[in-house]
Design a protein. Structure first.
Length: 85
């Protein structure tokens, strides 16, 4: 027989409750939350990649690499000027 209880707690109340858990219980909670967080981060990252690819699909890889090379050269030149001053 199982029963479910629904509690509405503030974030401070939840943190206070979690702090009272044993180390072993905290590890179980951490592992469960870590998996959830990893999945959420993975979803956000994949969505960001899709949006970047869609927004930049009109540019070839050669154009992008040329822009990157130019930006790197500009930054290096600025650093050389700054370090010689």
């Amino acid at each position: 027989m199982s029963s479910n209880v629904m509690l509405e707690l503030s974030m401070n109340q939840m943190l206070s409750w979690v702090r009272r858990l044993s180390v072993e219980q905290k590890l179980v909670l951490w592992r469960a939350l870590s998996r959830d967080l990893d999945q959420a981060i993975d979803r956000c990252f994949r969505q960001a990649l899709r949006e970047i690819r869609t927004a930049n699909q009109q540019y070839t890889e050669e154009e992008v690499m040329a822009d990157v090379a130019q930006a790197v050269a500009e930054v290096r030149a600025a650093r050389r000027v700054a370090s010689s001053s």
